[in-house]
Write a protein that binds this ligand. Structure first.
Ligand SMILES: [Zn+2]
Length: 104
């Protein structure tokens, strides 16, 4: 995977996440129905949506951080020990910040 391919894949990932987050937010901001039984179901759905929303936002943060590192030509280096991260690891986890040895 080249530098450019990682950049492209991260840019796509960022767009996907932003799309997902705005779809969830639109859903969360929808009006509530008057029916009590439906309201209970909606509350449960909201909890699930909140969780997905939270995860998507956390992932987006990693993707943006990785894009910034990539622009600074720092991508591919472990943020902890500063060695070059294995290319296969980067391929599987393009926004990882640590090498396999430093990963928790
Ligand atoms: Zn490391």
């Amino acid at each position: 995977m080249t530098h450019q391919e990682i950049l492209t894949s991260l840019t796509e990932k960022k767009a996907q996440l932003e799309h997902r987050i705005s779809a969830i937010e639109a859903d969360l901001h929808q009006g509530r129905s008057q029916d009590f039984a439906e309201q209970a179901t909606e509350t449960e759905n909201d909890e699930v949506l909140d969780e997905i929303h939270h995860q998507a936002k956390a992932e987006l943060k990693y993707v943006i951080a990785a894009l910034n590192r990539l622009k600074n030509k720092k991508h591919g280096f472990c943020s902890s020990c500063n060695t070059l991260i294995n290319i296969e690891r980067l391929h599987a986890l393009p926004y990882t910040t640590t090498c396999i040895n430093c990963a928790t």
